[in-house]
Write a protein that binds this ligand. Structure first.
Ligand code: COA
Ligand code: ZN
Length: 306
């Protein structure tokens, strides 16, 4: 039996792209309910420009009003120094830096070159050093870019190396628009794990082309223990054309537990929060286990068969 760590991103990746602004109190309600399910990390919000991502313009209020559990790491995504300053003031446990492997997606997302992003991260690391805040680094479009197409594994490894040089100990390879396939995931994760065995490697998949959970299997085969996922299967980057939902947390937890991996997550509690999420966003969620039930939820035997 092997343990896996589940990082929930619905409050950030999920809600950033919803057509309607989710009221602040409902965000807080969702995060508090998620805190009670056994998740390792919850990405609460992002401290980015409210003009770029208006749905998360209430980041400070959300961070200040959630009830924190010591067992959960509360994470905020940031892209620049101003975001770091806001995350420090809001007492985030961890910040998630973000840069894209694709030059074009980085410009679309954060309006600067990848070199400028990494230069800024140096300054952010110096700023964070005096705090107890841990730092993770995300690499968007690591498995392909909707503008440029495939990214070479050499370039991805170079970007992982730039994070490592900055002192980042946890790196997430993100498949922003679901372009990665299982063989690619196995090869890339194996290469990263071989070169940096001490690095905490996490994976962030979108299910845009139906390969999300298959990619998790490849991650597991490469020894990766950390997975980001989104309640209900919501999610997507507003600056990536064709973006659709992340892999669904309850489907991921269900699959991992069926296979004998431990997650620490109480699936029944998670399904209850997913039901509430559906009410909050008022549309159907892509997740499947919430609709079909767990494989252990059996139906009554038809009468005539007795
Ligand atoms: N928080 C709040 N406001 C911010 C900010 C931050 N972290 N960073 C910049 N701003 C504000 C500036 O104060 C300025 O405001 P003003 O127009 O009222 O003067 C405005 O945004 C422009 O600032 P500038 O530094 O020129 O930023 P930019 O226009 O080059 O945009 C980003 C850069 C990174 C701020 C912007 O592209 C962004 O927030 N992107 C979000 C990316 C994202 O979240 N993607 C989804 C997740 S991967
Ligand atoms: Zn994402």
């Amino acid at each position: 039996m092997q343990h896996t760590y589940i990082h929930e991103v619905v409050a950030r990746d999920g809600l950033q792209i919803e057509p309607q602004f989710v009221p602040t109190e409902q965000k807080i309600e969702l995060i508090d309910a998620l805190s009670d399910t056994g998740l390792a990390k919850i990405e609460v919000t992002s401290f980015v420009s409210p003009k770029a991502v208006p749905n998360l313009r209430d980041a400070e209020t959300v961070m200040a009003n959630i009830k924190r559990k010591p067992s959960v790491k509360y994470v905020a995504l940031i892209a620049n120094l101003k975001g770091a300053e806001r995350a420090i003031a809001a007492r985030a446990d961890e910040v998630n830096l973000v840069v894209s492997v694709s030059e074009t997606h980085n410009r679309a997302n954060v309006r600067r070159s990848t070199d400028a992003s990494f230069e800024g991260f140096g300054e952010i690391m110096r700023e964070l050093e005096r705090t107890g805040i841990s730092v993770a680094g995300a690499l968007s479009t690591a498995f392909g870019c909707p503008f440029e197409g495939g990214q070479s594994s050499g370039r991805v490894l170079q970007f992982v190396g730039r994070y490592v040089e900055l002192g980042v100990r946890s790196v997430t390879l993100a498949d922003t628009t679901g372009m990665g396939h299982p063989k690619q995931v196995l090869d890339l994760c194996s290469a990263v794990r071989e070169r940096w065995p001490e690095l905490e490697l996490a994976l962030h998949f979108h299910n845009t082309r139906g390969m999300g959970l298959a990619n998790v299997l490849s991650g597991l085969a490469a020894g990766v223990q950390h997975y980001e996922a989104c309640l209900g299967g919501l999610g997507g980057c507003p600056f990536a054309p064709g973006a659709t939902g992340n892999i669904c947390t309850e489907d991921l937890v269900h699959m991992l537990e069926c296979m004998g991996y431990t997650t620490g997550v109480n699936l029944d509690k998670l399904l209850a929060v997913s039901k509430r999420l559906g009410e909050i966003v008022s549309h159907e969620l892509p997740g499947q286990v919430a609709k079909a039930g767990k494989t252990t939820d059996l139906h009554p035997i038809p009468g005539g068969l007795h």
